[in-house]
Design a protein around this ligand. Structure first.
Ligand SMILES: Cc1ncc(C[n+]2csc(CCOP(=O)(O)OP(=O)(O)O)c2C)c(N)n1
Ligand code: SF4
Ligand SMILES: [Mg+2]
Length: 305
């Protein structure tokens, strides 16, 4: 577990600098700042088309104080795999080859490259910051957009549910998969730090609320992420070499009676203001089903002891 001293030192150190052009209250910025605190400057970041691509700004005033490569949408996992091979050839074993991609670039457009890199067990760390839509181009739905959310391409609310990408990646039997949320920075920091020292393909999926895209006030970003976890909608866990572990902030929500009603989370976001009673029931069922999967994982773990 991270010590208080380490956290205090870390809190002061910034590798993603101030003066960037993220919106006020941007969840992506919090995700990247904490990730880079854990990974350190010997990290080369590959970013496909996304908000991140744009908010870094123009040279010589760019925000990343570390190597940063803009990449074509579908190619980030492949590009990072190439970087990892180059680091190995050069004998630069202390460099981390990182992808930091949005949910569109991950769950839709980049998925083939991710699957390839995961199957090869390429020595890369792939992070998806999930703001649940194509935000940079004006809020179009992605396969990570949740049920009922209004976007410019789902004006009456999305019918389908969110794609479970962490589970898809875990099915590749890679060394490490984890979920995080920007509202739990210590959990995020510890998982990134652990992932940095693992060899092979590592995948981390971070929920990163977006004020303009979700329709909430910019000061409520952290509250929004907390509610996602407290309602049981966003479950924090890690899978290390096939072993499932529920993370501390989510443990108490194994008990359904401890979860906050999902309605509280949905009604404070404008994107859900066309959600019907039927839609709400579907949400409740979906959360129940997600926890059935967690129960099953924990049961298997218990049996294997
Ligand atoms: C091949 C290709 N198609 C479309 C675009 C336009 N485009 C740039 S960023 C973006 C949205 C990316 O969404 P996501 O990956 O979720 O990241 P976010 O913008 O939400 O941070 C799109 C569609 C592009 N740059 N390249
Ligand atoms: S649109 Fe959302 S993700 Fe993009 S910079 Fe603004 S707050 Fe961040
Ligand atoms: Mg997005």
């Amino acid at each position: 577990m991270v010590s208080l001293k380490e956290l205090q030192d870390t809190a002061r150190e910034e590798l993603f600098l101030a003066g960037n052009s993220t919106c006020a209250g941007c969840g992506l910025e919090l995700a990247l700042r904490w990730a880079m605190k854990a990974l350190g400057p010997k990290t080369a970041l590959v970013a496909p088309a996304s908000c991140l691509n744009v908010v870094v700004g123009l040279w010589p005033k760019t925000a990343p104080n570390f190597p940063f490569i803009n990449m074509a949408f579908a190619a980030s996992a492949a590009a990072a795999s190439g970087l990892a091979a180059a680091f190995k050839a050069k004998g630069w074993g202390d460099m981390t080859s990182l992808v930091f991609a949005g949910d569109g670039g991950t769950t839709d457009i980049g998925i083939q490259g991710i699957s390839g890199a995961a199957e090869r067990n390429s020595n890369i760390l792939y992070v998806c910051y999930d703001n649940e839509a194509y935000m940079n181009t004006g809020i179009q739905r992605s396969s990570s957009t949740p049920h009922g959310a209004r976007t410019t391409t789902t004006p009456f609310g999305k019918q389908r549910f969110k794609k479970n990408l962490p589970a898809i990646v875990a099915a590749h039997n890679v060394p490490y998969v984890a979920t995080c949320c920007i509202s739990y920075p210590i959990d995020l920091y510890e998982k990134l730090k652990k992932a940095k020292d693992i060899q092979g393909f590592r995948y981390i999926h971070i929920l990163a609320p977006c004020p303009p895209g979700w329709g909430f006030a910019s000061e409520d970003t952290v509250r929004m992420g907390k509610m996602a976890v407290e309602t049981g909608f966003w479950i924090l866990y890690e899978i290390e070499n096939g072993e499932f572990k529920l993370s501390k902030p989510s443990k108490k929500y194994l008990d359904p009676s401890k979860r906050r009603p999902i309605q509280e989370y949905l009604e404070i976001q404008k994107r859900f203001n066309t959600l019907t009673e039927v839609g709400l029931v579907k949400w409740e069922e979906n959360i129940k089903n997600a926890w059935k999967y967690i129960d099953l994982e924990l049961e298997i773990k218990e049996k294997n002891k």
